[in-house]
Design a protein around this ligand. Structure first.
Ligand code: NDP
Ligand code: 2IT
Length: 443
């Protein structure tokens, strides 16, 4: 059995009940075969065995009191996966589906994504099975304060710097930051995604969605195409989906769908983004309410975005939201490019369908790296006690995404997998982390 296969077998055996972690590790490790199998140096220091085992897993109780005086207890997590190339960096997810396996898959992906940005940040992720939906601002605040009361013992601007993810946006980061400051007495860049009045960076709100479209644009350009006039389908209607839609429209595309966990909208004339921002960012409502603004649009309950005919598809909601049959439907409808805004939105089988059919496919860890890259720029600004302009940060983001495209395309080509950006991104992200691990000894 090959070294990679034996590490994967052991990983599945020793981490039962963590299917998302198995899936992420299978994708990455299989991609690394061309580089790993021809060089003994990795196996001789058990590099892969160390890479798939988090440096530290922190799990804690998060008790909080709701507005009616009832006490609730949620689970809190922070997985500090790899500090090979910098302090742990990665978001916090608050969603009822969160469990240790989900946080481990996200933390594992984050290692390679952060490496691809070219910035000095290690990989981590955290969160809770707390559901912010339907909670009052005060309930969310009390939850965040309780979560940070424990988490603050393990983080710091040179140790571990959390940020947002599903269910964690500007409101939550504000409450978390306030509690960190109250307990430690320190005003420092310990979180990113902060508000602009207390150390946040311009463009961080837009960064993941904009970055996704910047890299898709690079990928299209290299294939002699462009976004202008293209029909784009997007899933989700949160932070990533909204700003992916905004940038795609700015570059001349027509975005025709968005969704949430209840259903999806199809607007053949192009989505009205001001309406979506009002529903989602201001009122915290449901995508169904879009029909109040655009009565001619369609709303459907359940899943269905991938049945809509499009040129380009951008999954921006959650993991495993795009399965084999969805990929087949997209290909049959003429979709020729996919960019993953969410983390691991496509199943392994769906990715296979895309690659076998020559679909230009930008995998998550490259395509959504603009968010964490801009978080790293926020860390730099905090350290320097400076704020850069919108134009400065946006230009840096664009440069970083173009560079990620070049690196993943070059690595794919070098190892004989031209245009397979899954292999390219995994190898390019892995190399820097592996070199740092080799240099630092058995730790
Ligand atoms: P938000 O919480 O802002 O939005 C999430 C969106 O996805 C909502 O529309 C939500 O619908 C939908 N969604 C979430 N879970 C499910 C589910 N289980 N089934 C169906 N729909 C679901 O999160 P973000 O936009 O920040 O994150 C979206 C994706 O992008 C995630 O995979 C995240 O990990 C990834 N990502 C985010 C980055 C960031 O900077 N924010 C950076 C890189 C990746 P509903 O409201 O009904 O729950
Ligand atoms: O998945 C991700 O990259 C994020 N949620 C952003 C992490 C960050 O630290 O900005």
């Amino acid at each position: 059995m090959s070294y990679v296969d034996s590490v994967l077998d052991e990983l599945i055996r020793r981490n039962p009940g963590e299917p998302e972690f198995h899936q992420a590790a299978t994708e990455v490790l299989n991609s690394l075969k061309p580089i790993i199998e021809k060089d003994e140096k990795y196996q001789s220091v058990a590099l892969l065995e160390r890479l798939v085992e988090p440096e530290r897993v922190i799990m804690f109780r998060v008790p909080w009191v709701d507005d009616a005086g009832k006490v609730h207890v949620n689970k809190g997590y922070r997985v500090q996966f790899s500090s090979a190339i910098g302090p742990y960096k990665g978001g916090l997810r608050f969603h009822p589906s969160v469990n240790l396996g989900v946080i481990k898959f996200l933390g594992f992906e984050q290692i390679f994504k952060n490496s691809l940005t070219g910035l000095p940040i290690g990989g981590g992720k955290g969160g809770s099975d707390f559901d912010p939906k339907g909670k009052s601002d005060n309930e969310v605040m009390r939850f965040c304060q309780s979560f940070m009361t424990e988490l603050c013992k393990y983080i710091g601007p040179d140790v571990d710097v959390p940020a947002g993810d599903i269910g964690v946006g500007a409101r939550e980061i504000g409450f978390l930051y306030g509690q960190y400051k109250k307990i430690t007495g320190r005003y420092e860049g310990v979180l990113t995604g902060k508000g602009l009045t207390y150390g946040g960076s311009l463009v961080r709100t837009q960064a993941t969605g904009y970055g996704l479209v910047y890299i898709v644009d690079e990928m299209l350009k290299a294939a002699g195409k462009s976004l202008a006039g293209q029909v784009v389908t997007i899933s989700g209607s949160g932070n990533v989906a909204i700003y992916a839609a905004e940038k795609a429209m700015q570059l001349g595309a027509k975005v025709v769908t968005l969704s949430d966990s209840n259903g999806w909208v199809y607007d053949k004339d192009g989505i009205d983004l001001d309406a979506v921002k009002e529903i989602k960012e201001v009122r915290r409502g449901r995508i169904k309410e879009y029909l109040q603004y655009r009565p001619n649009a369609e709303y459907h309950e359940g899943k269905g975005v991938w049945t809509v005919k499009c040129d380009i598809a951008l999954p921006c909601a959650t993991q495993n939201e795009l399965l084999e049959e969805d990929a087949k439907a997209l290909v049959a409808n003429g979709c020729y490019a996919v960019g993953e805004g969410a983390n691991m939105p496509s199943s392994l089988e769906a990715i296979d369908v895309f690659l076998k059919n020559g679909v230009l496919f930008a995998p998550a860890k490259a395509a959504n790296a603009g968010g964490v890259a801009t978080s790293a720029l926020e860390m730099s600004q905090n350290s320097q006690r400076l704020s850069w302009t919108f134009e400065e940060v946006d230009a840096k983001l664009k440069g970083i995404m173009a560079n990620i495209y070049r690196e993943m395309a070059a690595a794919a080509k070098e190892y004989g997998y031209e245009n397979n950006f899954v292999v390219g991104a995994n190898i390019a992200g892995f190399k820097k982390v592996a070199d740092a691990m080799l240099a630092q000894g058995i730790v």
